[in-house]
Design a protein around this ligand. Structure first.
Ligand code: UT7
Length: 326
């Protein structure tokens, strides 16, 4: 049976660090509050004049280099992002051109913090259907471009970064095994950006009123995230008879350490089996999951069962069962 397996991972993180101490100088907050409520110590910030394509290109190139695969062999590129290089064309097309993926078609996915998980699922199905052979799935977000550094409730959370995975077909029982995704558009009121889209295009008024930033009612989002991320992962595990001891790692979206810990507890998984890097990067939206895979790659073995899970704006949430291929 044909399935789609991750065969390489790449990442790009900007060098500049924004620490909790730096944020103490910008807003009324403290290192202790941020660590206790979120688990974040620092995040990365991409400089002015560079966008999400800059990071996506570097993450993609690293994944290809590690696999020793020329870019011309890529058939499909999907970039998961809420901060595309431009409203159009797709960041995926810019990346394809920059890396020399001459044959690749591609597009972007936007499903807030679930963008990468949804992109990975769609790409795996396209490969299983036999339509393409090799795909690059990249999560890249320059969250600092849509964060209000006067709003202490959001500016402490988000950071910039990119991660990429290479997907290839295999006849072995590894790769993307199954997924379960859900969405509830009534969650829009709690997490969105008010202006910049077609209903409220940019204007002097929208800029003056600071409407081009992430608007989040943190407590509401937190409440839903804690329940839904664990619930969907639990359903997927139950469907396949996967017990906690069968799971090598839980790979949760990195939004808040407390959400991650609550989800792990509900799934009966000790924290040693949970990928966590939120302390170093904060919430990089579409990049959190591939950045976790990148950071933990050396600890993974062929055949390891991973459960990836996300929750974010939309609301969107989902879980994916992945068997590591190398
Ligand atoms: O990835 C997309 C999905 N997003 C998420 O999953 C995020 C989910 N939400 C969260 O992670 C948390 O709700 C936050 C980290 C955003 C906030 O933590 P919280 O424990 O839910 O705090 P809160 O919003 O209930 O606020 C508690 C207090 C408030 O003060 P009062 O009203 O009790 O006086 C806030 O004004 O903490 C205050 N506060 C802060 N204090 C110091 C909010 N932000 C800060 C801050 N520093 N940075």
């Amino acid at each position: 049976m044909r399935s789609a397996a991750i065969t390489a991972v790449g990442a790009y993180l900007p060098e500049r660090k924004l620490t909790n101490a730096d944020l103490e100088k910008l807003v009324d907050t403290s290192d202790a509050w941020i660590i206790e409520r979120t688990g974040i110590r620092e995040r990365r910030i991409l400089g002015k004049g560079k966008g999400s394509a800059y990071m996506a290109i570097r993450a993609a190139q690293q994944a290809l280099e590690r696999r020793g695969m020329p870019a011309q062999e890529i058939d499909l590129i999907i970039v998961a992002t809420v901060t595309p290089e431009h409203p159009f064309p797709a960041t995926a097309n810019i990346v394809a051109n920059a890396i020399g993926a001459k044959r690749a078609w591609g597009f972007d996915t936007e499903a807030a913090c679930s963008s990468f998980l949804y992109a990975l699922s769609v790409a795996a199905d396209i490969i299983v259907a036999g339509r393409v052979e090799r795909a690059l799935i990249i999560g890249s977000d320059k969250m600092s471009s849509i964060i209000d550094y006067r709003d202490r409730a959001t500016c402490v959370i988000f950071g910039d970064g990119a991660g990429a995975v290479l997907l290839e077909p295999t006849e072995e029982p590894v790769g993307v095994m199954d997924y379960l995704h859900q969405a509830d558009g009534s969650g829009c009121v709690h997490l969105h950006m008010k202006a910049g889209g077609s209903v409220l295009p940019p204007s002097v008024r929208t800029v003056r009123n600071r409407l081009h930033y992430v608007y989040q009612e943190g407590r509401q989002v937190f409440k839903h995230a804690v329940v839904q991320m664990a619930s969907v992962a639990e359903q997927l595990m139950r469907k396949h008879g996967l017990r906690p001891e069968d799971i090598a790692y839980f790979v949760p979206h990195q939004a808040n350490l407390r959400i991650i810990e609550a989800a792990a507890q509900r799934l009966g998984l000790p924290m040693e089996k949970v990928m966590v890097n939120i302390d170093r990067y904060g919430n990089t939206t579409s990049a959190t999951l591939p950045l976790c895979l990148y950071d933990y790659e050396s600890r993974l073995k062929r055949g390891d069962n991973l459960i990836l899970a996300s929750f974010g704006g939309g609301f969107t949430w989902g879980a994916l069962w992945l068997r590591w291929a190398y």
